[in-house]
Design a protein around this ligand. Structure first.
Ligand code: AMP
Ligand code: MG
Length: 332
């Protein structure tokens, strides 16, 4: 199968509709990462998404809809706090988990009685979703466990020959996956951290929990138990307070013949002197936006990435740290 990257226009939207209505998958841009979308009502099409990615079949998908889509046809009960939150953040990088009406394919939620829904703000995503006027089940458009894609070229590198069409939407500005918020209880609980932070949610609705997956327990968000976001090279992760150890390791590994790059923000790089580094930028938003791009650059030019965690760990950095730990193993 030939994989084409096409700008979003009448011709490519028409083609995307033909592919989706025939049970195929189309990669499309969002403000977080690129998604690999299929018709959420079509069981075989949703199951095919898992096959294309090599995704474990107990890791549920998020359904994406355009901003005027009536989600009451998909979910049964939306608590007031979730309505308030949605009014503030949708369209945007927040996924809400509700009780499902089970109108979409069972494969979307992998047998759970809940459904994760998101309205992305990216204009290209809105055009694609509006044109189809269907709920589109879409995980990130990468091979499972590899680094998530933040450009059409990243998608091509992972899925060339496996899908027909990638809609070109440029670099994803957000850079890490949406915040996943469980809205089935008395107050919301963050299942996966992202650009919409706990602090932002608490400001609007008061109380907001943060779920932490513990090894050996049943996962409330099955995706949390899997290794994720890993580049195809060796990795190490040091906390900021252990920067000296990170630099010693950098020198040692270079002497041993590894092609080593540090992965750190600009403030840390200044302290590191002449060490070669992949820059996470100056701000927390830049760190989120650059993270996957730099992990992919690193796997192409280095045999070992030594990541140094940013000093600040709250707000957006909670989500960035979560990805860094999953990508680069246990923190040292
Ligand atoms: P991805 O599509 O790779 O960004 O992953 C989707 C994330 O949403 C995973 O972490 C899933 O566990 C989570 N998710 C999707 N549907 C549900 C659901 N019904 N309940 C809880 N978590 C969900
Ligand atoms: Mg993913």
């Amino acid at each position: 199968m030939q994989t084409e990257i096409l700008d979003i226009n009448d011709v490519s939207l028409k083609l995307s509709k033909r592919i989706i209505m025939n049970g195929g998958a189309v990669a499309f841009p969002t403000e977080t990462v690129y998604g690999l979308g299929a018709n959420a009502f079509d069981n075989a099409a949703v199951e095919n998404i898992f096959k294309i990615k090599g995704r474990p079949n107990d890791n549920p998908l998020i359904v994406h809809v355009h901003k005027d889509y009536d989600i009451s046809s998909l979910v049964s009960y939306v608590p007031d706090y979730a309505k308030t939150r949605a009014e503030n953040v949708w369209p945007g990088p927040l996924t809400m988990v509700y009780n499902s009406k089970c109108t979409v394919s069972k494969a979307v939620s992998c047998g759970l009685n809940t459904l994760a829904v998101r309205i992305p703000s990216h204009q290209g995503a809105q055009k694609f979703l509006k044109y189809l006027n269907l709920p589109i089940a879409a995980p990130s458009a990468n091979i499972s466990k590899h680094v998530s894609p933040t450009s059409a070229e990243h998608v091509f590198n992972d899925l060339n020959g496996k899908i027909e069409l990638i809609l070109q939407g440029g670099k994803c500005c957000g850079g890490i996956e949406s915040t996943v918020l469980d809205c089935t209880g008395d107050f919301p609980v963050i299942l996966r951290s992202g650009l919409i932070t706990r602090e932002m949610i608490e400001k609007v609705v008061g109380r907001c929990g943060l779920y932490e997956f513990k090894e050996g327990c049943a996962a409330r968000s099955p995706g949390m138990k899997y290794k994720h976001y890993s580049p195809n090279c060796k990795t190490m992760l040091f906390s900021f307070k252990d920067l000296n150890y990170a630099l010693k390791e950098y020198e040692k590994q270079k002497r041993l013949g590894e092609k080593v790059k540090l992965l750190c923000d600009e403030a840390t790089a200044k302290i590191c002197g002449t060490a070669e580094y992949l820059s996470l930028g100056n701000t927390e938003a830049e760190a989120a936006s650059n993270l996957y791009q730099k992990l992919r650059e690193g796997e192409n030019c280095a045999t070992l990435i030594i990541a140094v965690a940013p000093e600040k760990q709250d707000g957006i950095m909670t989500g960035v740290m979560n990805r860094l730990i999953k990508a680069c193993g246990n923190e040292k």
